[in-house]
Design a protein around this ligand. Sequence first.
Ligand code: PBG
Length: 324
Amino acid sequence: MPFPNVRMRRLRKTERLRGLSRETVLDPGDFIYPLFVCPGTGVKNPISSMPGCYQMSADLIAEECEEIEELGIPGVILFGIPEAKDAVGSHGYAADGVVPRAIRQIRDQVPGMLIIADVCMCEYTDHGHCGVIRDGDVDNDPTLELLSKAALCYAEAGADVVAPSDMMDGRVAHMRRTLDEAGRQDSVILSYAVKYASAFYGPFRDAAESAPQFGDRRAYQMDPPNIREALREAALDIEEGADMIMVKPALPYLDVLNRVKAMSPVPVGAYNVSGEFSMIHAAAEKGWLDLKRTSHEMLVSIKRAGADFILTYFAKDVARDLRS
Ligand code: PBG
């Protein structure tokens, strides 16, 4: 007879007992901090829908990385806002583009920083889609060439990891081949293997100025109700050579994350996306939610669901909280 012998509340009585019983513990080492690189020097533009986040020029990004390093956060993921956009996103694979410049500057100033370069066309195309357009739709196979070019360009600038986020078919295999042929066998591919066509990316598209100018991304990103499809996507990317994979968004897809983690032989990250960040800030500003407690609870739930690491705009704040 469990009760009255068993009393679950005994182990909840003090913080030290709760500490001994704690199954999941957040650590700054779990986090990757996303950064938005823009042209120029000394530029720091606040992103209105993402409190505390900025578009920054390469020099300030490198300074920011010093702080990130001090906080014990192992790495950053870079998104570029280019000088100019065109139909084929050519600034996305220019050797002197915003992202390669930032990579070199970080490498110079904070040599140990883990640098992940997001690889996608949507920030660089004038139509805002994640590839080249033919007949009103993104044309898969020609897009692979451009993505691989971008990945190689970032690897050559010094990125440790390239992270394709476009959801084209076959991009991981294509990218692996391109990197290997150029002698970049050591470049890591972190695939956004399971990425949904989510409404939670709204604030990011303001930040990266990457909203599609017509239509939406449902013809290439995944349909939110699907989970078997997620397992297929993950399996295919692993087979194509992804070293690590990602599920995105995180909070509305914890079931997916949990299932992907259970089947994956490679590390699984989760992207706690812009909308997940902004909605908590908005509620906190209104006094409806406690910012610190809700952000910690959200991140620990993502880790508990199975994330090996978490890309999050909360990284700096939570790392600071964890230290104090
Ligand atoms: C680019 C990309 C997006 C995000 C990361 N990479 C947006 C999109 O697919 O529209 C979203 C990140 C966020 O919302 O924080 N393809």
